[in-house]
Design a protein around this ligand. Structure first.
Ligand code: PMT
Length: 400
């Protein structure tokens, strides 16, 4: 189902990028309604955004004609996502303070949809302590902030404050919504694990958490109740997701097993360390030896444990391989007893760990689907389509 995006446009020079944003959102199949602040009207005409969105643009809170149609509360309910681009320093301050002094700020207070901001302002305004405080308050409330980028500014100065380009914004927004998974509880694992050698060093890997967090977001957008168990990652919790942070493989195993009982689906995107040091030194290991032997012991396989549960959830594993992708992935699918596996080539120039893009080969008994290289957000949407399709087919095969 196409996502309904309420695009808020506030008054900065980057408002001209809103036109391109609307066009691209429509190309992706989104329904778009635009709300402008009074200041935004000085930078771009409502007519442009109306023509591109196919819907009347609103800017006035107390407009009797508009309130007779889609009133502001209905508009707040209509949205699956509220995106404010550009978000000026003034708008961020008003949102942080919880003001409702115009249509856009009122809508933000009245909606339950996730709020995403793409800030744009002079770099000194962005770095001002007042803006930093407002940003921190908004992020603490779960508001997602995209950018800003560094670069030349309209004022002739250079620094952080440029609004991201419309394509960069689109790359990181989940754009599909449905209620296919309504009433279902889904658990996703993401990120790396860290296995301590001593108080300052650990064995880890390059996973950033991006793939798993994007998947959690996409699955939540299909109506699922979502638990995300994550190893150390710089990412913040996606909207509507219950985030459980862990550090080691043993902690991840405990967090998963404690909560898996009532889950319908389990998706393991984490890069769990296969081994951990047998002993953790109490003090920092000294570098006085020319050689150092580490004794490692195997970590439990969390995915295999979940797949072996009697009456367990529908399980989707990942396979990160550097060669013979399909062969190794099929081997894991079978040996771990999974319903599906998403295999990715890692260690090359594209895709895999850390990067923003990835490609997957999805395999299940009797089927396969290749998902080409794309942003991890788009890929998560595409993988979620396949998972939902296979899961619903599995449920109907259980019924018959
Ligand atoms: O986080 P990013 O930077 O976005 O990168 C994404 C990713 C490359 C980490 C992700 O796409 C991915 O491939 N995740 C799985 C990485 C991995 O550990 O693969 P594996 O082939 O070693 O493990 C197979 C499966 O078993 C995985 O689902 C893994 O989560 C699971 N596993 C592995 C070991 C273990 N002890 N417990 C597990 O649950």
């Amino acid at each position: 189902m196409s996502i309904k995006v309420l695009l808020g446009v506030s008054g900065g020079i980057a408002a001209y990028k809103a036109a391109e944003l609307v066009r691209r959102l429509r190309e992706e199949g989104a329904q778009v309604r635009v709300v402008m602040t009074t200041a935004a009207l000085s930078f771009i005409t409502p007519l442009t955004l109306q023509a591109l969105s196919g819907n009347a643009v609103r800017s006035d809170l107390l407009d009797p004609r508009a309130e007779a149609g889609m009133d502001h509360i209905e508009l707040a309910r209509w949205a699956d996502l509220v995106l404010v681009a550009p978000a000026t320093a003034d708008l961020m301050a008003r949102l942080a303070a919880g003001l409702a002094d115009d249509l856009l700020t009122t809508l933000v207070l009245a909606t339950t949809a996730p709020l995403v901001l793409a800030p744009a302002m002079n770099h000194r305004m962005w770095l001002h302590p007042a803006t930093r405080e407002n940003l921190a308050r908004l992020q603490k409330r779960g508001v997602r902030v995209l950018g800003p980028a560094q670069g030349d500014q309209a004022c002739g100065e250079w620094g952080p404050g440029r609004m991201l380009e419309p394509t960069e914004i689109l790359d990181v927004l989940p754009l599909r919504v449905s209620s296919d998974l309504a009433g279902k509880r889904v658990m996703v694992t993401a990120g790396p694990t860290r296995e301590a050698l001593d108080p300052v060093r650990y064995i880890g890997n390059r996973s950033s958490g991006r793939m798993g967090y994007a998947l959690a977001s996409s699955l939540a957008a299909r109506g699922a109740e979502l638990v995300l168990v994550s190893g150390p990652s710089a990412l913040s919790a996606p909207h509507g997701v219950d985030l459980v942070r862990v550090e080691t493989a043993l902690e991840m195993e405990a967090a998963v097993m404690e909560r898996i009982g009532d889950c319908d689906l389990f998706v393991a995107a984490a890069a769990v360390s296969d081994y951990r040091p047998r002993d953790r030194a109490g003090e920092k290991i000294k570098k006085d030896r020319t050689e150092l032997d580490l004794h490692l012991v195997k970590n439990p396989d969390i995915l295999a444990r979940v797949a072996a549960l009697p009456e367990g959830p529908f399980t989707v594993g990942f396979a990160a391989e550097t060669e013979r992708l399909e062969e190794h992935a099929l081997d894991k699918l079978e040996k771990k007893g999974l319903n599906m596996i998403a295999a990715n080539l890692v260690g090359g120039r594209t895709g895999g760990f850390e990067r923003n893009d990835n490609a997957l080969l999805v395999l299940w008994s009797g089927g396969r689907k290749s998902l080409p290289l794309m942003s991890k957000t788009r890929l998560a949407d595409a993988l979620t389509d396949v998972v939902v399709e296979r899961y619903l087919a599995y449920l109907s095969s259980q019924d018959s």
